[in-house]
Write a protein that binds this ligand. Sequence first.
Ligand code: UDP
Length: 491
Amino acid sequence: PSKSMDPPHHHHHHQQLHVVFLPFMAQGHMIPITDMARLFARRGVKSTIITTPLNAPLFSGKIRRDAQLGLPIETHIIEFPCAEAGLPEGCENVNAIKSPELMIPFFKSMAVFQRPVEDLLRQWRPDCILADVVFTWATETAARLCIPRLFFNGTGAFAVSLLHALKVHEPYKEVESDSEPFLLPGLPHEIQLTKLQLPPFLKGDESDSGIKELREKMEESEINSFGAVVNSFHELEPGYAEYYRKVMGRKAWLIGPLSLGNKDGTKEKAERGNVASAADIDEHDHLRWLDGVEPNSVLYICFGSISNMSNAQLCEIAGALDSSEQSFIWVVKKGELLPEGFEERMKGKGIVIKGWAPQVLILDHTAIGGFMTHCGWNSTLEAVAAGVPMVTWPLQAEQFLNEKLVTDVLKIGVGVGAQEWSRGERKIVVGREDIEMAMTRVMVGQEAEELRGRARKLQKMAVMANEEGGSSNFDLKSLLEELTSLWDKKL
Ligand code: UDP
C-alpha cells in the first residue's frame, strides 16, 4: 500500500479531542503555546506539545506537574538537526542566535521538522494540529492527513490589522523621508507610523527579500488554514478583531490573555519560561524587597527575551535611573554591561536582575506601578492583565505597531520616543532626559493616575473575559465545539 494514501478517519469511537501543539522555538512563542495547551487540557482535550531537546526543559516541569494532577497533557521531544539546517550545533532557540544574519536561516530551518512531525501525526491520528506561523508547511501536512491546521502567530489582532493595511495600501509610498509620519488608511483609529519604525520588507525594501518570501509563504499557509487562535481578548481590541474577521476574512478565536487562563499560582508564575523551581523564589531578594515598599512605586524594566540594546543605550538608561528618584527593578541580559559602580550606588533604590526574571510574578506585585517594555505582545498583554501602565520602547518585530495600541488607542502608556526599527545595532540612541521624562509621566502625578485608572479597567475586563460567560471563555468553547463537530462530518 502506498504511504500517500491515508486510510479514512474513523472518529465515531472518539471520546476525547486530541490536539498537537507545535510552538516556534522562542520564549515569546513557547510561553503562550504552553499556556494554551494547558488550557485545552483543562477542558479535557488531550494536548501534546512537540519540541526539541534543548527547549523542552524551559517548560516541561510545568507540563509534568499538570499531568500529575491528572490533566491529559504531555511533551514529546524530537531532534533538531541543526547541522542539516546549516545552523551551529545547539542553535535550537532564537536565544542561541548570536548574529542577526542567522535569523533567516533559523526561520528556514523550520522545514526540517516537516517529515518527523508528519510521521508522528500519521501514527497518532490527532484531531488537529496547532502550528506556529513559522511552520509554513503545516497547512499542507494537515491537509494530507485530513485534519484541520490551526494557526498561531503570537501577536494580537491590532498588529495583524496594521500589517494588512500597510501591505494593501502601501501608505509609506506617500512620504518623502524616513521620519515623516504617514497615516494608515482603513483602520478603526487614525494610526500614524514612519518608515524608520518599519522592518525593511514592509516598506518595499528589496534588501530583505529572504523575509519577504518567507512572509508570503506564511500568509498563504495562514489563509488556507482552518483559522487562527489569538492571544488576546475581544474587549481589548474589538475593532481589530472585527477587522481580522471581516476585512481580512479570517476565522479567529481570541482566547487570552493566556497568562490568566490557567489561574496559575506563585509557583507556576515564577517558573514561566524558566527551569527555576519554586525553591528559588525565596532566594529572589527582589521579591522580598517589593513586599516592603509602597504600592505602585516601583518601575519594572525589561525588554523581553531577545534584547539587542547597545552599551551606549544601556548607559543612557542607567543615567536616567541614576538622576531620578524612581525606584526600579531592571532586567538585563547576561553579559550586558552597566556603568561602573551603578548597582552599588542603587542599593536601596533599585535592583538589577541579570538573566531571566519571573516577569508575571513581578508585574502582579502591588508594588509595581509601571512597566518599561519593548512592547513584545506577551509583555504587553501581561501588563494589561496586571493592570500596570507602560513606558513603551519598541525595538523590532511588530513592536512599533503594538506601541500604538498602548499609547494611542488604549492610552495606558507613554512612548519613550523610540524611532528606529532594527534587528541589530541602532544609530539613534534614546537620551537619558527623554527616558526620565517618560518614566516620570507614567509613575507620578495626574497623568500617571489617569493611565493607571484605564489600565486597571482593562485588567478587570481581561479577568472577566476568562470567566464563565466571558468572551475568551466563549471563543475557546466555540473552537472546541467546532473541532468536535468535525468528527461527524468525517464519518
Ligand atoms: N520573560 C520573562 N522573564 C524575562 C524576560 C521575558 O518571564 O526576564 C517572558 C515575558 O513574561 C513574556 C516573554 O518572556 O512572556 C517575552 O515575550 P514578548 O512577546 O514580550 O517578547 P519577545 O521576547 O518575544 O521579544
